[in-house]
Design a protein around this ligand. Sequence first.
Ligand SMILES: C[S@@+](CC[C@H](N)C(=O)[O-])C[C@H]1O[C@@H](n2cnc3c(N)ncnc32)[C@H](O)[C@@H]1O
Length: 279
Amino acid sequence: MSKTKPTKRKLINKMNDLSNRDWLKFQKSWFVHNPPPRRKDVLRHPAKFPETLVQEFIEFFTKAGQNVLDPMVGTGSTLVAALRSGRNSYGIELNPEYARIAQDVVGEERVSLGKDAHNLVAEVINANAKGAAGFDLPLIDYVITSPPYWNMLKARGAETQKKRRAAPDLDITYSDDPEDLGNMDDYENFMQNLVAIYAGLKPLLRERAYLTIIVKNVKKGGVIYPLAWDLARQLGETYTLKDEKIWCQDNIRLAPYGMGNAWVSNTFHHYCLQFRNEG
Ligand SMILES: C[S@@+](CC[C@H](N)C(=O)[O-])C[C@H]1O[C@@H](n2cnc3c(N)ncnc32)[C@H](O)[C@@H]1O
């Protein structure tokens, strides 16, 4: 009997435009990313994520020309990353001053990208993300975002906050607006509002679109509030929780919390939670 050689089928990549090698590299469940120094105009914002990091996620979870949404876009990192990777993007931000900075940052990025960005949308919407489903947005292929880590910016003693207090032009908190999730002091109320905002995006999302939410568990007064884990469980009722990817930073100075007395970690990792809009 003659043996037929198995034919090598060409892999069709339905997710992104990456090579197999770059796909594989991204599959590792943790990574180290030390944010590069920030531009002066976005320094004012107390907690932004690096555009370089967001770009890697966008390029994994979308193809060129698709639509990315960040419902809490701060000073616009997601929009910048989307422009650089040739995707359309929409960012919602409650604080009008951050929304204005995001608009400026997007304008400058367009200038530096020139004709590569001409046909791309990068829109900032100054509003409360809880109304997102009512905004005139196209079908969204991917969400990447990071919420306020509860009211942690108000915590005294955090090293970064100490430095900020000494610099009058830098914000310590996001705003005084009671609709700002960072001002919701009751943890359960905060969680309820946070989950409602993300769940409320569902009508905007393409079937099988992914969402990446970058969060951290929070320590306060010797108690751990498992924000990342609570979010994974609670939002897992609306979207399918797929996985986590752990973002580690290794360029932060260690502080001697609890030394000689108790275990208190220097927490230099964030969870990038992956959900998928299935069913
Ligand atoms: C962790 S920051 C996001 C930073 C952003 N990823 C960046 O790189 O600039 C969270 C943002 O959520 C915004 N925010 C808080 N409550 C909001 C709400 N209800 N609707 C929209 N934005 C909100 C805050 O003003 C803040 O800018």
